[in-house]
Every structure is written in structure tokens, then in C-alpha cells.
Write a protein that binds this ligand. Structure first.
Ligand SMILES: [Fe+2]
Length: 349
């Protein structure tokens, strides 16, 4: 079995590549959307075919690469049956088995950090990929996303600490530069759940961590519930043609713009993005079906948008939406335009 630990510096996330060298079949555990090109290049270099991506849970700190990898490489997206994700190709639960060539893996349900957390263990019990259930001398947090210290304690003790002491633990994150550990080591040394700590001692520790909310949670969780590709909520109609899709006029600043009349007619065929602040869109009214994505968060949110779906940006007067349209054009969105005159003009019509 080939095994590689890959790291995303921005979110301290470990991605794991597991492959059967003989058949060339491979799986990525917890791929990060920002590392898509790195991961594809490595697969190519090693002559591997990606058959599965597996998300150990619905991540709050990064967007999964599973949806885009499926698009690019034809891999199947696997998630836990209780993760609540839509559009996964395969749902696994406690006791499920997966085969990557001749490599056999078993799934253990380890809720507590989230309801849908799973741990993946090789059939020989040599390696366990624990996601955000168990870290090196730590655990996943339990203070949001259905987190429960009691459930996490039980998961770790019943599903991970029951593995042999020499099983290698590969965590979903590490924030101190550590890479892996073993079951025996964590049973002895984990300051939260090891060394004889009781369930109530663990709950006491977890309830007083006072951690900040992850920066990307509002974008990452909704995206990850759709394998990292967010469907536009405004779309209902037939797709627009690829060329000549809209009556675009460039402003003197080079901003691609469409008229209000065009938007009124075609809004069911595009992703409509209102870039005003959330309270602004709430108090001043918005167009039905738009997604409100404040200007400062568009960069991150747009990672989870299919670049082939046209995007119309909207704001109060058309200034911010124009800037965002140019920004998205630079990011590779080819069918992008700002609604000229913004909501002021829309509401006066
Ligand atoms: Fe997590």
C-alpha cells in the first residue's frame, strides 16, 4: 500500500493519499479544494487513478475538493451516511467496507465532533485515519455542528482505543507540526481522553476551551454539504448558450454589465449573487432567489461555484458588483456580468 500525508498550510489540514500500487487505484481522504492542482499532479506523477475521495466529515474550516475532483478525474465522492451531504456517490456507515485495488478499508462511525464523523481503518488495523475525532495529544472540538463531548469520548474509547496499541493514527489536522501518533501513545498521553480521563473530565475540558469560530465556517459548511460545489439557488430555467449568453456591454472601466431588463428575463438561468452586506440585503430588500455573499467573502465562496454557470453580481448601485465582476473574471469565470444600476435601479422599475 502506498500512503502519503499531504498538508494544507492555510487550514492545517492533512489530506491522505492511499493507493494500491499494483492496480494503480487510489483514494484521497479529506482533499482540500485549494490543493486540487497539487493533488492531481501527484496522482499523475505516480501513475494513479483516483477512484474515491472520502470526506471524514462536513468540514467547517475548508472546502472539500471532492466535487471538483469528480468532475476532473471521475472519482466517486464518499461521505458518512450521517453527514447530511447531498450529491455524494456513496454513503458509508459503521461497518462499511471500501476497496481501493487490493487495499481494504473499514469504516467506523465516530460521531462527537460532528454527527457524521467517520474514521477509516485499514483492514490489517495498521493505520487509522481519524479525521477530527482524535488528534495527536488532542481531539476535535465539540462546540458547534452538533458537537457533543460525551459522544466524542465514547467514539474515541469504543471505536479507536479498541484498536491495537501499535495502530498508527493519522489525524485530520495538526497545529503544532506533529504528523502521526499511535493508539498506545494516545491512550497513555492524550491530555484530554487518555491517561484514565473520565467522560465527565473530558466534557469539563471541552466545555471550557473557548475557541474562536472558524473563519470559513459560513462558506465551508454549506459548500461541503454539496461535495464542495454549491448549486445556485436562483437557477430554475434552461441553461444559456455558451457564446453570446448575455447582452453584455462594457462600462468605461471595462466592467461587463447587463441591463435590469435582461436580468428580469433570465434570472432563472444564472447564479445571482448579491454582494451587499447581509443586514443591508435584509433591510433594503433583495431579488427573489439570489444568494447574498458579502463582497469580502466572494473570493472564498466562489471556489465552490461551477465556473461554467453564468454569474450575475448585484449590489445597491452597481459599483461593488462591478468590482466583484472584474475580480471573478480574473479568477476564471468567463460568463460574468454585473447588473447595471443595482437594486436602486431594479426597485425603481
Ligand atoms: Fe472538522
Amino acid at each position: 500500500m502506498l500512503l502519503r500525508q499531504l498538508f494544507d498550510r492555510e487550514t492545517w489540514t492533512y489530506t491522505y493519499l492511499i493507493a494500491d500500487e499494483e492496480s494503480g487505484e487510489a483514494m484521497l481522504i479529506d482533499p482540500v479544494i485549494d490543493q486540487l492542482e497539487r493533488d492531481i499532479k501527484l496522482l499523475e506523477e505516480l501513475g494513479l487513478k483516483l477512484v474515491y475521495t472520502l470526506d471524514t466529515h462536513t468540514h467547517a474550516d475548508h472546502i472539500t475538493g471532492s466535487g471538483l475532483l469528480r468532475k476532473r478525474l471521475g472519482s466517486k465522492a464518499v461521505t458518512g451516511a450521517h453527514a447530511g451531504a447531498e450529491g455524494a456517490d456513496l454513503l458509508v456507515d459503521d461497518g462499511s467496507r471500501l476497496k481501493v485495488g487490493s487495499v481494504e478499508l473499514e469504516v467506523r462511525s465516530t460521531p462527537g465532533h460532528t454527527d457524521g464523523c467517520i474514521t477509516v481503518v485499514t483492514a490489517d488495523h495498521k493505520h487509522a485515519f481519524t479525521g477530527d475525532a482524535l488528534f495527536i495529544r488532542g481531539t476535535g472540538r465539540t462546540d458547534f455542528q452538533q458537537g457533543s463531548a460525551e459522544r466524542l469520548y465514547r467514539s474515541i474509547h469504543d471505536k479507536i482505543f479498541t484498536l491495537p496499541d501499535d495502530t498508527i493514527i493519522w489525524p485530520g489536522h495538526d497545529y503544532r507540526g506533529m504528523t502521526f501518533t499511535t493508539v498506545g501513545e494516545e491512550k497513555r498521553l492524550n491530555p484530554r481522553v487518555g491517561d484514565g480521563r473520565t467522560e465527565s473530565e473530558f466534557a469539563e475540558i471541552m466545555n471550557h476551551l473557548n475557541l474562536p469560530t472558524p473563519k470559513k465556517i459560513d462558506i465551508a459548511v454549506p459548500a461541503n454539504l454539496h461535495c464542495g460545489i454549491v448549486p445556485p439557488s436562483s437557477m430554475s430555467g434552461d441553461p444559456l448558450p455558451e457564446r453570446g449568453w448575455a447582452a453584455i456591454e462594457r462600462s468605461p472601466q471595462g466592467i461587463p454589465e447587463v441591463s435590469i431588463a435582461w436580468v428580469a428575463k433570465n434570472k432563472g438561468a444564472v447564479r445571482m449573487v448579491d454582494v451587499r452586506e447581509i443586514d443591508e440585503a435584509q433591510s433594503d430588500g433583495k431579488i427573489e432567489g439570489v444568494d447574498v455573499v458579502p463582497m469580502g467573502t466572494v473570493d472564498e465562496a466562489s471556489k465552490a461555484w461551477d465556473k461554467e454557470i453564468p454569474v450575475i453580481t448585484i449590489c445597491r448601485s452597481g459599483r461593488r458588483s462591478g468590482r466583484v465582476a472584474l475580480e471573478l473574471e480574473k479568477l476564471g469565470f468567463k460568463r460574468i456580468a454585473s447588473m447595471r444600476g443595482g437594486m436602486v435601479a431594479w426597485q425603481s422599475q
